[in-house]
Design a protein around this ligand. Structure first.
Ligand SMILES: [Zn+2]
Length: 642
């Protein structure tokens, strides 16, 4: 989340009115994952969240920790600033940090991320306690909106939006407005709260009125201030309410100065704030899905490809000090504490699963897996607290927010992420099933009378097993991702018999047959060591095992105290020491990690490196808890040491 004193300024030009088509009749949840544009062939879409359940394993454990944190929060306290703003008395103790009654972002979590998270938790795990909390919050918000009369709903007065009009510095009023609208749509779609849709429509009407009388030039100046996914949420609302008016309002949030270079495949991202801009591309992706305008698709595909190849770190996330600070492909010298804001990973993954739906390209699910295992899993502690930055310089550690005094943007996207691990495991295209992620879970496709148990301890286990349950023989194609990191030794057995041919790594294996009850598909996914250089610096590399980034354990870090737990809205611990030098290994170029990394245990995922001046134990980054760690290594020619 960018601080208002460090806003990014973009080139501006006038917005072009784009045409759009009528909405197809879709189920609520389908609208969100978006059907194909009108007239196109069937799209690959996720199953409804209620059809997939996590089975015991690391993901279920993490989602339960997250749910307990959500349940610890009080609806009255969350509503406090909304009520005060609407002139309704509140005796509740407000939360602090970015929810403090003086913070210009208040309401982003309280009325936004929290609603999304409880809606997700309710749909993915049947958590009725959280659903009731969400409904209670919606009722409270409805009263506040009614009191405001104009459709406006926020935890701060409209003054902050006036500041935007007048060019007075202000943090990000529309960013917060987006979170609230998104939370309302989530609880409508995922938990059936139809009042929430009405409230969101009122909010959208207020936005339309707000821009009346504001010139295109002035509007473009105002859009230099971070506005989250306003375009996305308005497109989603248009599709759900089947009202084109909201598409027109969504177009008001487009910035040709940002989108045009991307449409022409030019990377002009240097200097931009990462988490301000990824949501704009998610909005463009949704605009393609709803209107069918392929220019938006080209923008989204180019942007995603460029960020992932030229600007990403090995963990599957991007940015330094929240920005893209270098030319493409040049990340040399960018390792620090303030790498890879967690929200950015959340948003990139959201974009990846949308783009995946257009052509089922395995690449996007490989990238999704990389982020999921390396920079989402592991960023929550045992109490449900989340990280903000993801330090990538050597010698740093994970730091978390406190339960009631921080409420960062990354707290918000974190509680959503950890409530929705089931949303990308299985997709379908008509009657065909896609198994995208290897997570212990059950798909219960009631309409088709088909149940698939995915039984796995992945990544401790190098593979997964699908057990089919069906009341009758059923002809279906099941596609399984053969990840790009596996080897040619991958094997697939159906009922114990090996398939003669298996798809190449980095693609999907299609298995078409008449499935019988009790059929079992076992897929071995051998992992091997490889190294990935830091873009722009061949001498700096990370070690990866299968999908897992390995980190060197550098000894105990702060287990408690202000360096570990941040009791405020600050996002970096105070008095941070200078980072260590990267650990050094003496290897000549062209020498693979199997020559310098020793595997101690495949099931425990433990490795060892004899460095130049020390020996290191390595483990998957997601298993690093309180230790100081190093992800990158300084490699060098052993005959030519510096
Ligand atoms: Zn954030």
């Amino acid at each position: 989340m960018i601080d208002h004193s460090r806003r990014t300024f973009l080139k501006t030009s006038t917005v072009a009115a784009a045409g759009f088509t009528l909405f197809r009749s879709l189920a609520r949840e389908e609208v969100f994952c978006a059907d194909a544009p009108s007239g196109a062939s069937a799209k690959i879409v996720p199953f409804p969240l209620t059809s997939v359940r996590l089975a015991p394993g690391i993901f279920k454990e993490q989602s339960e920790i997250n749910a307990r944190y959500l349940d610890s929060l009080s609806v009255d306290r969350l509503l406090h600033s909304f009520r005060v703003t609407a002139g309704i008395s509140s005796s509740a103790t407000p939360y602090k940090g970015w929810e403090d009654p003086t913070c210009e972002l208040r309401g982003h979590f309280a009325g936004g991320h929290f609603l999304s998270a409880v809606a997700l938790a309710s749909a993915t795990s049947g958590n009725d306690v959280l659903k009731r909390k969400g409904d209670e919050l919606v009722s409270g918000l409805a009263l506040c909106q009614k009191k405001n009369a104009s459709g406006y709903l926020s935890a701060y007065p409209t003054d902050l939006f006036e500041h935007l009009v007048q060019g007075i510095p202000v943090w990000a009023p529309f960013y917060t407005y987006h979170k609230i609208m998104a939370g309302l749509l989530d609880i409508y779609v995922l938990a059936g709260n139809s009042d929430a849709l009405q409230i969101a429509e009122g909010m959208a009407r207020w936005v339309g009125d707000y821009f009346t009388g504001i010139s295109a030039e002035q509007r473009q100046r105002m859009l230099r201030t971070e506005y989250g996914g306003m375009n996305e949420v308005l497109v989603n609302l248009a599709a759900l309410a089947k009202k084109n008016r909201y598409i027109e309002i969504a177009h008001l949030f487009e910035q040709p100065g940002f989108l045009d270079p991307l449409a022409e495949r030019r990377d002009e991202l240097q200097g931009l704030h990462a988490n301000t801009h990824v949501p704009k591309i998610i909005g463009a992706a949704r605009m393609y899905e709803v209107t069918g305008d392929r220019r938006y698709r080209q923008i989204a595909e180019y942007f995603l490809e460029e960020v992932l190849t030229a600007r990403n770190y090995v963990i599957g996330n991007t940015s330094l000090d929240e920005h893209w600070k270098t030319p493409p492909g040049q990340l040399k010298g960018t390792l620090g504490w303030t790498n890879a804001e967690c929200c950015v990973a959340y948003n990139l993954m959201k974009l990846e699963r949308l783009v995946f739906g257009w052509a089922a390209d395995a690449r996007w699910m490989d990238e999704y897996e990389r982020s999921l295992f390396n920079c989402r899993l592991g960023t929550q502690n045992a109490d449900g607290m989340k990280q903000y930055f993801f330090p990538l310089a050597a010698g740093y550690w994970r730091a978390y927010h406190s339960p009631e005094e921080s409420f960062w943007c990354c707290t918000g996207t974190g509680v959503e992420e950890f409530a929705k691990f089931t949303d990308t495991i299985f997709f379908h295209k008509g009657g065909e099933v896609f198994v995208n992620q290897f997570i212990a879970s059950t798909l219960d496709w009631k309409e088709e009378g088909l149940l698939i148990d995915q039984v796995t301890q992945f990544p401790s286990e190098q593979g997964t097993t699908l057990k089919i349950k069906t009341s009758r023989p059923i002809a279906r194609t099941i596609h399984v991702r053969i990840p790009v990191w596996t080897t040619d030794a991958v094997q697939v057995n159906i009922n114990g018999r090996a398939l003669e041919a298996v798809a190449d790594p980095g693609s999907y294996l299609a298995m078409r047959r008449v499935w019988q009850d009790g059929d079992t598909v076992s897929i071995s996914l051998p992992m091997e060591l490889r190294q990935e250089a830091l873009p722009g610096d061949e001498s700096v590399a990370a070690v990866v095992y299968g999908p897992l980034v390995l980190a060197a354990d550098l000894g105990p870090g702060p287990a408690d105290g202000p360096s570990k737990m941040i009791h405020s809205g600050e996002t970096v611990p105070k008095n941070l020491p200078v980072a260590d030098q990267l650990p050094k290994v003496s290897v000549a170029s062209g020498i693979g990690p199997d020559q310098w990394v020793q595997t101690l245990s495949k099931s425990e995922l433990r490795f060892k490196v004899d460095g130049e001046s020390a020996k290191y134990e390595l483990m998957p980054m997601f298993q690093i808890r309180d230790q100081r760690y190093a992800v990158y290594w300084q490699t060098g020619n052993p005959n030519k040491r510096s």
